[in-house]
Design a protein around this ligand. Structure first.
Ligand code: 13P
Length: 256
């Protein structure tokens, strides 16, 4: 049985005072239950504050939004996996479509990051997903296969079990038009098949696959009830602690 994982990707939002009141509310809303893994993914600047506030909280883990694959060196403005570990991040988002589209990150570069994250014992959340044009042209599986092939290059079976995949169709991100549960389930099932063929069926059964793209409190339950949807990667609706907590509660109810 895969434990559901619901993550809040704040993207480039919030300063310290906002993060403080957010976390106070979120911890109250979530209570002590640990049946769903909750991951808070703030901007780098807020990682120290968030880890201090979350302390030993059993229910919420920290993640980062990006990293550079090199261990260290002359990469002005970048941040390494070990720096993120040093700030108590457990997860790192890799290959988000905003990084791919706005910052020109290639499939190969994304794969280097996944490899480097594992080398530093950070768990990557590898994002994959097609544009509207690619969907309309019937190329969804081709795009996903290419992104998974390059993104998982050099990842062994044990590391695969610790990798989270996020299916984020680009046309659904920030648009209010989420994929239907059927559309998402079909791609998630395909992703699991690809992992089974690259590794083995038991490995694929362990891997958690999140859906991302206009997840809201009122559509989360139906998405999270699908057999291959193991969580959500939430952007806009994660900025408010009550709406994010409502999505976590939907995951709790959907489990099993
Ligand atoms: P929205 O939830 O705002 O559509 O963003 C999804 C996303 O990009 C999460 O990484």
């Amino acid at each position: 049985m895969r434990k559901k994982i619901v993550a809040a990707n704040w993207k480039m939002n919030k300063i310290a005072a906002e993060a403080r009141s957010y976390i106070e509310s979120l911890l109250v809303e979530l209570g002590e239950a640990t049946d769903v893994e909750v991951v808070l993914i703030p901007p780098f600047t807020l990682l120290p504050l968030c880890s201090q506030m979350l302390g030993e909280s059993p229910s919420v883990r920290l993640g980062a939004q990006n990293m550079h694959p090199a261990k260290s060196g002359a990469f002005t403005g970048e941040i390494s996996a070990s720096m993120l570990r040093d700030l108590y991040a457990r997860y790192v988002v890799v290959g988000h479509s905003e990084r791919r589209q706005l910052f020109g990150e290639s499939d190969g570069f994304v794969g280097e990051k996944v490899r480097a994250a594992h080398d530093a014992s950070l768990r990557p959340i590898l994002c994959v997903g097609e544009t509207l044009g690619e969907r309309t042209a019937g190329h969804v599986e081709q795009v996903i296969d290419r992104q998974l092939g390059a993104g998982l290059h050099g990842v062994d079976a044990k590391e695969m079990g610790e990798t989270v995949i996020a299916y984020e169709p680009i046309w659904a991100i920030g648009t209010g038009h989420n994929a239907t549960p059927e559309q998402a389930q079909a791609v998630h099932a395909h992703i699991r098949e690809v992992i089974a063929s690259l590794y083995a069926a038991p490995v694929a059964e362990r891997v958690r696959i999140q859906y991302g793209g206009s997840v809201k409190p009122d559509n989360a339950a139906e998405l999270l009830r699908q057999p291959d949807i193991d969580g959500a990667l939430v952007g806009g609706a994660s900025l408010d602690p009550r709406s994010f907590a409502a999505i976590v509660h939907a995951a709790r109810e959907a489990k099993g």
